[in-house]
Design a protein around this ligand. Structure first.
Ligand code: ZN
Length: 467
């Protein structure tokens, strides 16, 4: 049995003024991709052929020429080794391309056209992906993450691959039940580690029986994309039509019924309110999210507003991670460790939400990470500011240890994130989320949406719906 693997995975915030470029992607081809799919080795009858997968840091709308080139390379790879029994697509699900709102539908339809109607296509998605009828028409199988913060990326890929194998072996296409839900809540309000997300997501495994219902997913969708398909969805796959639809409707209802109970899992407020909360806190370290410029949601990562406020409040012993500013990194590398210099930080990639901030600082550390990105620790008054030449989100402790930093040695750790990622959840004595300015506004219902379906909760409050 011959199965290909390919994909383009990016989350695009259409409210970001900064287009996503080829440089934002890590592109792996052929055998270099095999370590990403270790599960494939346990299917001895499968001739597994990874073609190309491009994975990007979340950002703004993807440039058309970049998308066209990535798509063309994947199609050429598939075309060169036809025919295929199955194709596994390693996706995110919230890609937006210049002139193509439903970019996944465009990509998946092109794959379908090439491999023909008989091949089975299975995709793995982030639960922050947006589905559509056009996507569901072309896919045979889809499975999405069940955790946010995400801890089951590999597990989800393995499940999508296994479902593909099961169906190929059985020689059957599963029934697909797709229930769009008029609900569009941000990832920060729908974490699966706190209620009600925890209980709603626990329903998924309960509706799967491995026979009549093979799999089910609940996607909360991606809020920061003004597109007709942006909304939550429940999906079930199975061999029994009635049971499969019942499962999808059950999940959709469970999510809908809990809609009023979703909230931020941590205290929130304006940037100044949150800095005051941090100053008054008795916790040894407070993790402060600069959520408006959340790079993992597609923020530019160079809005220096919260840094400006931290300096203005003279917050003691603070770590600020991070600002993307290639010119400032250049200047620091030229000046050398220990040098003092005046810099204009940030406000260049996203000039809509931030202005460059003038600071006088001292270069503490110069570093080049494993992927070649140069980083600097610049000390400005009480704040150690990490500068990066590429847009970057700090999501793991390893990224700090590489720089010789222990976040818990600081009084305040400010991160360009929304919710904290698992490494930080595990150690944070206290977490606060600032509703700061940026493209990833934590209250999306205040943003100018034009294309989403209406009514849509929480944009519209008083309406009834049932799956
Ligand atoms: Zn996600």
């Amino acid at each position: 049995m011959k199965i290909a693997a390919a994909g383009i995975a990016i989350e695009c915030a259409t409210f970001s003024p900064l287009p996503s470029e080829l440089a934002d992607f890590d592109v792996l081809r052929g055998d270099a991709l095999r370590p990403h799919y270790p599960f494939a080795a346990s299917y001895p009858d499968v001739d597994f052929a990874p073609i190309m997968q491009a994975h990007a840091v979340p950002g703004g709308v993807l440039r058309r020429s970049v998308y066209d080139a990535l798509k063309a390379e994947i199609l050429a790879g598939l075309s060169a080794a036809e025919p295929w029994d199955g194709v596994y697509l390693d996706m995110h699900g919230a890609m937006a391309v210049d002139g193509i709102d439903d970019a996944e539908a465009d990509f998946i339809s092109a794959v379908r056209e090439l491999v023909g109607p008989d091949a089975l296509i299975s995709a793995s998605y982030d639960l922050h992906g947006n589905l559509s009828g056009a996507i569901m028409e072309q896919l045979d199988i889809i499975s999405a993450y069940r955790t946010a913060p995400h801890e089951d990326a590999l597990e989800t890929r393995a499940r999508a691959f296994d479902l593909l194998n099961q169906c190929l072996h059985a020689g059957k296409r599963p029934v697909k039940a797709f229930v769009p839900i008029p609900l569009l809540l941000s990832g920060e309000r729908t974490m699966t580690i706190v209620e009600p997300g925890k209980s709603v997501y626990a329903e998924i495994e309960k509706v799967i029986d491995g026979e009549s219902v093979l799999d089910a997913s609940l996607l909360v969708g991606f809020t920061w994309a003004d597109q007709a398909r942006s909304q939550a969805a429940a999906v079930a796959l199975g061999m029994d039509e009635e049971a499969t639809w019942r499962a999808a409707r059950w999940l959709a209802a469970a999510y809908w019924d809990a809609r009023h109970d979703f909230n931020f899992g941590v205290p929130t407020g304006s940037t100044d309110e949150c800095i005051n909360m941090a100053l008054e806190s008795e916790a040894s370290t407070v993790f402060l999210s600069d959520s408006g410029d959340n790079v993992t949601g597609g923020g530019a990562g160079d809005v220096p507003y919260v840094l400006e406020r931290l300096l203005a409040h003279r917050v003691p012993k603070t770590l600020y991670a991070s600002l993307a500013d290639a010119a400032a990194v250049d200047a620091c590398f030229t000046a050398g460790t220990g040098a003092s210099l005046s810099l204009s930080l940030g406000g260049k990639l996203d000039p809509v939400h931030g202005n460059p901030l003038s600071v006088d600082g001292t270069v503490k550390t110069l570093h080049q990470n494993a992927s070649g990105t140069r980083q600097v620790i610049l000390n400005v008054d009480n704040v150690d500011v990490i500068l990066s030449e590429r847009r970057l989100a700090f999501t793991t402790l390893a990224q700090f240890s590489e720089l010789g930093i222990d976040p818990l040695a600081y009084r305040v750790v400010c991160l360009k994130l929304g919710y904290l990622f698992p490494d930080f959840q595990a150690i944070a004595p206290e977490a606060i989320m600032a509703l700061s300015p940026g493209a990833i506004n934590a209250l999306p219902e205040t943003l100018p949406f034009h294309k989403i379906q209406r009514p849509m909760h929480p944009f519209d409050r008083e309406f009834d719906w049932s799956p």
